[in-house]
Design a protein around this ligand. Structure first.
Ligand code: MSP
Length: 544
């Protein structure tokens, strides 16, 4: 593939802690980034989508020790499991990085040495508080009611020799950047960060000596590099920065689905270096500070460009992340995708979290959403339209006479691409998908308004053909734009309306069709209607 003249787009998820079972919360960011990555690919960008796992630190060591195994024995099956999960959910990542990858560990050591030589890392004694679950050293001023400001849990006194990073040196510069640009969105989170900096940034302890599950300081091996420098650096080490001399990238996946251009592009080793700066780092709000203050400071010190944007989304809230029998809430993404399809889960996640906001998860909400949007709106539109085209015209319709409301309708169809693109530019995947679904629901209303059955009775076949043609256009355009969000359903729709699956927005959306021949086969059933009461009982038994 000739990638020379393509615009590049680099998007990342946080790298996840393999510390326990994966739940739908972890899936949110990965599915949202996947939708954006696929969207950009269909717009013609050369995309690098990176995800991975953050495997060092005290908590993981503790979990492994409790099980009587080594940390790597502890994390390996969890890493395999998350890769399986991403495969179930059709995640089109281009690279998967593990912080235990040899190339990453070496690159982190090179980064640490560079920061040290620059004079931005120095040795001192750390006295303060430590939040074990967050693996964060905290100063008194950072505590909230005496507890960790991020997780609200108890903190312990700590004192030990440590290397410090001169975070304070970069505070003003980062504050200016946060105030004057859209570096961090939503803006409300940027304002929180600005306040945090104004309260006084202190230098950051970046090594520990009390455990050794981590990357060793190359020139002082009793210290391990404390997780955040190790973890945040993944965004550049994965591309080959600070690695081997030729910048070889070691995390690249083989392209998995060349045919539909859904997944990856094979990048030449050197080209991955050029993906920096990232276009978008996405994460949930609890780790905004690390990404919006500490990471830029590290990059400034390394004299690398800052990422173009950070989007910090809200949380999916559920009973402490646990499945709950009493309300039948299943948060295991494997169960939900197996039972209701990966597309149903992707749809739910993408449409559920409003921009920057939290949302409560309940099985009932999930099932209701599947029935109302996927079964009723999308499923019915496809089924009704196809059966009318088959019944009235033996499957063949062409562009024809237009009335005023037909013209309005086609204008709406044509406007969809631009509207969805605007939402994606804002990282607002929920609005992007709801914009597509409003055209779908509007199309169902258009059927009621134009009453094709009446047109047939009155013998207005020209108009009838035109109406059905317009509906097929609406289905084609909305399914094309839905492709980045739902990965299986659009293919089934294209098969049903008998057109080649588009892989590129420009080609597909700027070339309206003149006619359709959908054949006379039975209509497809995209999503079976769910019996909510019965499903809730089933889910309650699975949540045990
Ligand atoms: N390892 C660090 C990140 C280092 S990035 C350089 C970490 N890992 S984590 O496993 O705890 O993942 C946190 C991230 O997972 C969140 O920021 C978010 O992206 C995602 N989510 C985990 N639970 C979530 C919800 N309940 N809701 C929404 N997103 C959630 O922090």
């Amino acid at each position: 593939m000739n990638t020379k003249n393509k615009k590049k787009y680099y998007i990342t998820t946080p790298i996840y802690y393999p510390s326990g079972a994966w739940h739908i919360g972890h899936c949110y960011t990965t599915v949202a980034c996947d939708a954006i990555a696929r969207f950009k690919r269909m717009q013609g960008y050369e995309v690098f989508y990176l995800t991975g796992t953050d495997e060092h630190g005290q908590k993981i060591l503790k979990n492994a020790t409790e099980k009587g195994i080594t940390p790597i024995e502890f994390v390996n099956p969890l890493v395999e499991n998350i890769k399986e999960l991403w495969s179930v959910l059709d995640i089109s990542y281009d690279g998967f990085i593990r912080t235990t990858d040899e190339f990453h560990k070496k690159a982190v050591q090179n980064i640490f040495t560079r920061l040290y030589e620059k004079g931005d890392i120095y040795k001192s004694v750390y006295k303060g508080k430590y939040c074990a679950p967050c693996e964060t050293f905290l100063t008194e001023t950072q505590l909230k009611d005496g507890n960790c400001p991020d997780c609200n849990r108890e903190v312990n006194d700590a004192e030990e020799e440590a290397y410090f990073f001169r975070l304070s040196k970069y505070g003003e510069q980062i504050k200016k950047h946060l105030s004057e640009t859209d570096f961090l969105v939503p803006k409300a989170r940027a304002n929180e960060m600005i306040k945090f900096i104004e309260a006084g940034l202190e230098d950051l302890a970046v090594t520990r000596t009390s455990f050794d599950w981590g990357v060793k300081v190359p020139f002082d091996e009793k210290h391990v590099i404390y997780v955040w420098i190790d973890a945040l650096s993944n965004y550049i080490t994965a591309l080959g920065h600070f690695g081997k001399e030729n910048g070889e990238c070691s995390v690249m996946c083989e392209p998995r689905d060349k045919k539909t251009n859904n997944n990856t592009t094979l990048h030449s080793p050197l080209s991955t270096l050029q993906f920096w700066p990232a276009d978008l780092h996405m994460m949930a709000k609890e780790i905004t500070r690390f990404h919006a203050i500490i990471w830029p400071a590290i990059l400034l010190s390394l004299e690398l460009s800052l990422p173009k944007q950070i989007y910090s989304h809200g949380w999916i809230l559920f009973d402490g992340g646990k499945m709950s029998k009493s309300v039948g809430n299943v948060v295991d993404p494997f169960i939900l995708s197996e039972r209701y399809s990966a597309d149903a889960l992707r749809y739910f996640l993408l449409s559920e979290l409003s921009y920057g906001q939290d949302s409560n998860y309940s099985s009932e909400q999930f099932l209701t959403k599947v029935n109302s949007d996927l079964v009723n709106d999308l499923g019915n539109l496809t089924k009704r339209t196809l059966s009318m085209v088959k019944q009235y015209f033996k499957g063949k319709v062409k562009i024809g006479k237009e009335t005023e409301h037909c013209k309005d309708f086609i204008e709406k169809v044509n406007a969809l691409n631009g509207q969805v693109d605007e939402k994606i530019k804002d990282n607002d995947v929920a609005k992007a998908i709801s914009t597509i679904f409003s055209l779908i629901s509007h199309s169902n209303k258009y059927i009621d308004l134009t009453a094709p059955w009446a047109l047939n009775k009155e013998g207005k076949f020209d108009l009838l053909s035109s109406v059905l043609f317009n509906l097929l256009e609406a289905i084609r355009v909305s399914s094309t734009l839905l492709k980045p969000f739902l990965t299986k359903t659009p293919s089934r729709i294209f098969e049903a309306i008998k057109i080649k699956e588009p892989t590129d927005f420009k080609k597909a959306l700027h070339n309206p069709k003149g006619s359709y021949n959908v054949g006379t086969n039975e209509a497809v059933m995209l999503f079976p209607r769910l019996d909510i009461k019965k499903e809730l009982e089933e889910l309650a038994s699975l949540a045990e």
